[in-house]
Write a protein that binds this ligand. Structure first.
Ligand code: F6P
Length: 345
């Protein structure tokens, strides 16, 4: 069988390891053929692809980014998908001689995966996102690397913050889910962690920061980009919208820092970590997770188990139907937030 591999959405450390995993198992062990489309659906639409064999994936697991490139280009002419789109996709698949896809992506990608599967087009999905918000998998590859990077930033900010007796506010990614903030905040011992799932009041945040000062320390506040103060209806989108009209989040740290300073009279500085979290070499955990989901994806193809996401449950990689994944969203549960909130301040 000949299969097309493509990556869609924002990149995430571990995508190369996932491609390597799917090729090592799918091509080397199971004897299938694989090709990789460049820059996601753009490559599929424009006939820009490379052969994926063992030599193409040699030594790529430690590399950040993704060798195939990724984009937010859609294969559909409308969000809902038009009948002509499916015909076009089938036509191109026949042209490339492929019988199915491995799609590596996050929630948006797997919404497309399900649409294709529902129309009888063969797809197996691999879950990536630093945000860790995909339902059905305990962790998505890229998350562990992003948390490690954010934790290192906290450790560094803490030393300069303590030197100047300042409150330091670190903004991390997390559009709808505060997983990176929650885990990095715990690992780095942040005094306050603010996540999109749980708005807080400025009064409460100021109270925590002042109580830290009272016991002779400087506060480290971690805030996810999607966090809203009580009463804010929208997340801060200082950079505007992207070229697909999607709001670009970011800037909440710059909003919070002067407000905290005004309320507490403690000098406060903001740092936005941004894309540093998506870049660089994946951690060993992410390499292993990505490789194993790649293996499982290739096994699913071989067994004809289409319409499935290769997901982590405990220590096992299992196949989860797209119908259980798409349209849902894995928020930080209240109990996980309240567990750390008890110690804020
Ligand atoms: O989906 C992961 C993510 O890192 C979000 O947290 C963030 O809002 C988004 O990507 C930004 O990505 P881009 O600017 O590439 O659209």
């Amino acid at each position: 069988m000949r299969i097309g591999v493509l990556c869609s959405g924002g990149d995430s450390p571990g995508m190369n390891a996932a491609i390597r995993g799917v090729v090592l198992r799918g091509v080397e062990v199971l004897g299938h053929e694989m090709i990789g489309f460049m820059d996601g659906w753009r490559g599929f639409l424009e006939g820009d692809w490379i052969n994926l064999d063992r030599s193409a994936v040699r030594g790529i697991a430690p590399h950040g980014g993704v060798m195939l490139g990724t984009s937010r280009v859609s294969p559909f002419s409308s969000r809902a998908g038009e009948p002509g789109d499916y015909e076009m996709i089938r036509g191109r698949m026949a042209e490339y001689g492929i019988e199915g896809f491995v799609l590596i992506g996050g929630d948006g990608t797997h919404r497309v995966s399900k649409m294709l599967h529902d129309q009888g087009i063969h797809v197996v999905g691999l879950p990536k996102t630093i945000d860790n918000d995909i339902v059905g998998t305990d962790y998505s590859f890229g998350f562990d690397t992003a948390v490690s990077t954010a934790t290192e930033a906290i450790d560094r900010l803490r030393t300069t913050g303590e030197s100047h007796r300042r409150c330091m506010v670190l903004e991390v990614m997390g559009r709808n889910a505060g997983w990176i903030a929650l885990h990095a905040g715990m690992a780095g011992g942040a005094q306050v962690t603010l996540i999109p799932e749980h708005p807080e009041s400025l009064e409460q945040i100021a109270e925590w920061v002042l109580s830290v000062q009272e016991r002779g320390r400087s506060s480290l506040v971690v805030v996810a980009e999607g966090f809203r103060l009580d009463g804010m209806t929208e997340a801060v989108t200082s950079p505007g919208v992207d070229r697909f009209g999607r709001p670009r989040l970011g800037g909440i740290a710059e909003v919070l820092a002067p407000l905290i300073e005004e309320r507490t009279n403690i000098e406060t500085r903001a740092t936005v970590l941004g894309y540093v979290q998506r870049g660089g070499s994946p951690t060993a955990f992410d390499r292993v997770l990505a490789t194993r989901t790649g293996f499982a994806g290739a096994d699913a193809i071989d067994a004809g188990q289409w319409g499935m996401l290769a997901a982590l449950r405990g220590d096992e990689i299992v196949l989860v139907p797209f119908s259980e994944v798409v349209g849902h969203f894995k928020a930080v549960p209240a109990r996980r937030y309240l567990e750390v909130r008890k110690n804020f301040g």
